[in-house]
Design a protein around this ligand. Structure first.
Ligand code: ACO
Length: 422
């Protein structure tokens, strides 16, 4: 909403007034879109550290106070009383589903849970040993080939179906990718199982050893997926909005989001946290690892720590830490890496280097330990993140195509050679 407040700026010998926009939670922004037209100047903001790229009504994050809300609901409340499917519906459609709507949405997810049979042959040609995130982005991009009507963006019904197909099929693809990697026959989705129970069953059921679905495992998987479901303008979501602004189809757009998420500074961090904890355990010294982290000539980071937005505890990390502890106790799992993680967290929170820079555990610090306890292999951790983030990406894509009419096209400051001749 535009306010009566104006920002005044003196530049190039003249004074200009810029409108001030305020969000529903009081965040203020100076509207810069006409700035170059008015002054001939552009703004330079490397890595978009201080630029709001859109107005959005999906997710609210307050990094100073450690707040995360989806469509107004605190995540702490959502994880207590809702399933991941409820939250996916909330993010994409704006409200929690009524029991009737939930029934319809679950039906749509169920009937779209099978992968196109021809895609399986395509799947089979991918090299064994490929990282599941790369397999996933390839397969999702390929969906547009198998379901070409996704290009008819204006047809709302198609978008509803494409959305359900994505949320449902990606889960099937993730489980198929895992089964392929271990050389076991694939397990098809079942209509009688909930979204998370179905996923665990497709991952772990086998003809020789039927999988016993535990309610605790289903519950904690729901919690993890809910906590990863959206996080406003992170790298992959901004990628989705940027690419989508060129009116690229939904599947290609989501595939690009998955590629962005695969980076170790983004979604790939959860896998790296476990590798780091193992290194610390092997070396037997947190100090030794911290020395590398603090040395600016060494690229080592304390993985699972620090965040561009949160300058206090990441609220997701707080919930996962507590849930992780409860789940491992209940299942009688003794994971030595949990002890290492606790010690690393304690040491970092009492170390001046991390305190001075406001570095706290982020969502990835404890999530890998829960995934390990669920039996999910490390190279699938980032795939789990992608599975969870899908509703957020889809919600942003839908919001973007509904309100932005212009293609995203930033400026740059050219610093290369001035004109020269051959
Ligand atoms: N370990 C050690 N030092 C760190 C870390 C870390 N994890 N994170 C930030 N710092 C230091 C930086 O070196 C910098 O120090 P300096 O001021 O002496 O140069 C200072 O803290 C500020 O950090 P920036 O790099 O400016 O922070 P930025 O906002 O750019 O980076 C990021 C955020 C990428 C998440 C970073 O904290 C990081 O690399 N963390 C580890 C990877 C990780 O856990 N990623 C997952 C993030 S959550 C997610 O994507 C779901």
């Amino acid at each position: 909403m535009e306010t009566t407040e104006k920002a005044k700026l003196y530049v190039g010998g003249k004074e200009i007034e810029l409108p001030v926009i305020v969000g529903t939670e009081g965040e203020k922004a100076i509207e810069m879109s006409q700035f170059r037209k008015q002054t001939g100047y552009v703004t330079l903001d490397r890595s978009l550290m201080n630029t709001a790229v859109c107005q959005s009504s999906i997710t609210f994050v307050d990094g100073e106070r450690g707040i995360l809300r989806y469509r107004g609901y605190p995540v702490e409340e959502l994880v207590k009383s809702n399933s991941f499917v409820d939250v996916a519906y909330l993010l994409v459609h704006g409200d929690l589903p009524t029991p009737e709507i939930k029934k319809d949405f679950s039906h749509l997810l169920n009937i779209n849970s099978l992968m196109h049979e021809d895609m399986r042959h395509f799947f089979d040609r991918l090299p064994r040993g490929a990282h599941p995130m790369h397999i996933l982005s390839t397969m999702i991009n390929a969906l547009a080939v198998f379901y070409p009507n996704v290009d008819q963006l204006s047809m709302d019904e198609d978008i509803k179906i494409s959305t359900a197909r994505l949320i449902s099929t990606v889960r099937t693809m993730a489980a198929f990718a895992y089964k392929k990697s271990i050389g076991e026959p694939v397990v098809y989705p079942r209509i009688d199982l909930s979204y998370c129970a179905n996923f665990l069953n497709m991952m772990f059921d086998s003809p020789v050893l039927p999988y016993r679905i535990s309610e605790d495992a289903v519950r904690i998987l729901n919690v993890l997926l809910i906590l990863h479901a959206d996080h406003e303008q992170n790298c992959s979501t901004t990628t989705v909005r940027t690419i989508g602004s060129a009116q690229v189809n939904l599947y290609a757009t989501i595939s690009a989001g998955i590629s962005a998420l695969s980076g170790p500074l983004h979604g790939g961090a959860n896998q790296q946290v476990v590798e780091m904890l193992r290194t610390i355990e092997r070396e037997g010294s947190i100090e030794k690892y911290f020395e590398r982290v603090k040395n600016h000539n060494d690229p080592t980071k304390l993985m699972g720590f620090g965040h561009r937005v949160y300058k206090t505890f990441d609220p997701r990390a707080k919930i996962i830490k507590e849930e992780c502890h409860k789940f491992l106790n209940k299942m009688n799992i003794n994971d030595p890496l949990l002890e290492v993680a606790r010690e690393v967290e304690k040491a970092a929170l009492n170390d001046e280097y991390f305190v001075k820079r406001n570095l706290y555990p982020n969502v990835d610090f404890y999530s890998g330990i829960v995934y390990r306890a669920l039996g999910i292999p490390e190279n699938m951790f980032t795939v789990m993140f992608a599975l969870a983030r899908l509703p957020g990406w889809i919600a942003h894509w839908r919001e973007m195509i509904g309100m932005e009419t212009k293609i995203v096209r930033p400026r740059q400051i050219y610093v290369g050679k001035t004109i020269r001749h051959t």
